[in-house]
Design a protein. Structure first.
Length: 366
C-alpha cells in the first residue's frame, strides 16, 4: 500500500530536526529553537492543522561543541514519533534510526507499535551512520569502508521487512545477524512503513533506489538537483524495477520584504553564528561522511551556520514560493523545512506561502 507521504500527489513539505536544540540553525541568538517536548508537541499540533505533510526528527547522542554545544539536547526520534502520533490526526511522523546502533528485531517492534498508535502514519528514516564521535560514545567502531556500512544497512532492513510481512517464525543467517526463531506481532497498521533514506553518497543513493520510497539527499539547489533526481529515479527503475521519489532539505527565512529576510539571515547566521560549532560540524562531514563534496564544504560554510548545509529559502512569500516551485520543476517530490523558531515562524509560512503553492498547482488544498 502506498502511504500518503510517498503517493506522488502534490509536493510534500515536512519539518526537519525540530527534536533538536537549535534545529538546523547553528546560532547563538536567544530565540533559537528549544527542541523541548512541550514545544515539539505544540509544533506538531500546529503543523497537523495547517497541512504540513510530515515531521522528520533526527537521531543524535552528543552535541557538536562550540559556545552552544549545537544539538546538545535531542529528543529520541522513535519515542517522540509515537507520542506525537498519539496527539495528531493526519500528519506522518518519521523515526530516524541508525542501523549500527539499533537491533532490527527491536526496531521492528517499536515502529510497528508507533504505526498502530498513529493508525498508519508512522515512517522510518534509515541512516547507515557517519558521525564517528557518536560511534565512540556508544563504544562502537565506525567502519572505514563505506560499502560495509550499507551492506549492514541492507541486511538490517531485510530483517525488519521480513518481520513486518511474514507470518510465523523464521531464522536468519547473514553476515551481520544470526537470528533464530524470529517472530513479529503485531504487524504495522496497514503494511510496511514508508521508508526514507538519508544518504547523499553513491552508495547511499543506490541503497535508496533499492529500498526507499523516498531518497533524502543534499543538493546545491534545483539547478544541480535535477540531475540527481533523475539519476536516482533511473537507477531505481533500471536496477530494481522500483519507483522512488526524492526529497531535499531547506532552511526558511520568510518575511514581508526581502530586506527584512536578508537582515534576519545576517543577524542569526553571520553576526551570531556559533562558528566553532560550524567548524566542528563541517570537519566531521568532510572526514566521515560523503554527503557533501569538498567543494560544497568549502562553499557552504555560511549555509552550515544558517541551516546545516541545506538550501536557503529566503525572501518574501512570493520569493520563497517561487524557490519551492523551482525544486518541484526540477523533479523533487518534496522537501523538508527548518526555521530558527519553528513555532514562531510556521504560522506566517502557512498563511502566506502555502496558499501560493496551492495556487501554482503544486500543493493540494488541505
Amino acid at each position: 500500500m502506498v502511504k500518503p507521504v510517498a503517493d506522488g500527489k502534490g509536493f510534500k513539505l515536512g519539518l526537519f530536526s525540530a527534536n533538536c536544540s537549535s534545529g538546523l540553525a547553528v546560532t547563538r541568538v536567544p530565540e533559537r529553537w528549544s527542541g523541548s517536548w512541550e514545544d515539539n508537541l505544540r509544533l506538531a499540533e500546529l503543523a497537523d492543522s495547517v497541512g504540513i505533510d510530515f515531521l522528520l526528527p533526527i537521531a543524535r547522542w552528543i552535541g557538536y561543541g562550540g559556545e552552544t554545544n549545537f544539538h546538545e539536547g535531542v529528543l529520541d526520534p522513535t519515542t517522540l514519533a509515537a507520542a506525537l502520533l498519539a496527539r495528531t490526526r493526519r500528519i506522518t511522523v518519521f523515526a530516524t534510526v541508525h542501523t549500527a546502533f539499533h537491533h532490527p528485531v527491536v526496531v521492528a517492534k517499536q515502529l510497528a507499535t508507533a504505526d498502530l498508535v498513529g493508525q498508519g502514519r508512522a515512517g522510518i528514516n534509515i541512516v547507515a551512520g557517519w558521525n564517528e564521535p557518536e560511534y565512540r560514545a556508544l563504544g562502537a567502531a565506525l567502519p572505514t569502508d563505506h560499502d560495509a556500512r550499507y551492506e549492514l544497512a541492507q541486511e538490517w532492513w531485510d530483517v525488519i521487512h521480513r518481520i513486518w510481512t511474514e507470518q510465523g517464525r523464521f531464522d536468519h543467517e547473514g553476515r551481520f545477524f544470526r537470528l533464530e526463531g524470529v517472530e513479529g506481532m503485531p504487524k504495522p497498521h496497514d503494511g510496511p512503513l514508508p521508508v526514507l533514506n538519508a544518504g547523499s553518497s553513491a552508495q547511499g543513493r543506490d541503497y535508496a533506489a533499492r529500498n526507499a520510497d523516498v531518497a533524502f539527499t543534499v543538493v546545491g539547489g534545483p539547478e544541480d538537483g535535477a540531475a540527481i533526481v533523475s539519476g536516482i529515479r533511473d537507477r531505481a527503475r533500471a536496477r530494481y524495477d522500483r519507483r522512488v521519489g526524492t526529497f531535499t532539505l531547506g532552511h526558511v527565512v520568510c518575511r514581508p520584504t526581502r530586506a527584512e529576510a536578508e537582515d534576519y539571515l545576517r543577524y542569526y547566521a553571520d553576526e551570531n553564528a556559533d562558528w566553532a560549532a560550524v567548524e566542528n560540524l563541517m570537519r566531521l562531514q568532510g572526514m566521515h561522511a560523503q554527503s557533501f563534496t569538498p567543494e560544497m564544504l568549502e562553499t557552504f560554510r555560511h549555509r552550515f551556520a544558517a541551516g546545516h548545509g541545506s538550501c536557503p529559502l529566503v525572501g518574501t512569500p512570493d520569493e520563497v514560493a517561487d524557490r519551492i516551485v523551482a525544486f518541484h520543476e526540477a523533479g523533487f517530490a518534496g522537501m523538508t523545512l527548518s526555521f530558527v523558531d519553528y513555532l514562531g515562524e510556521l504560522g506566517y509560512f502557512a498563511q502566506e506561502v502555502l496558499p501560493r503553492l496551492e495556487a501554482r498547482g503544486i500543493r493540494l488544498p488541505v
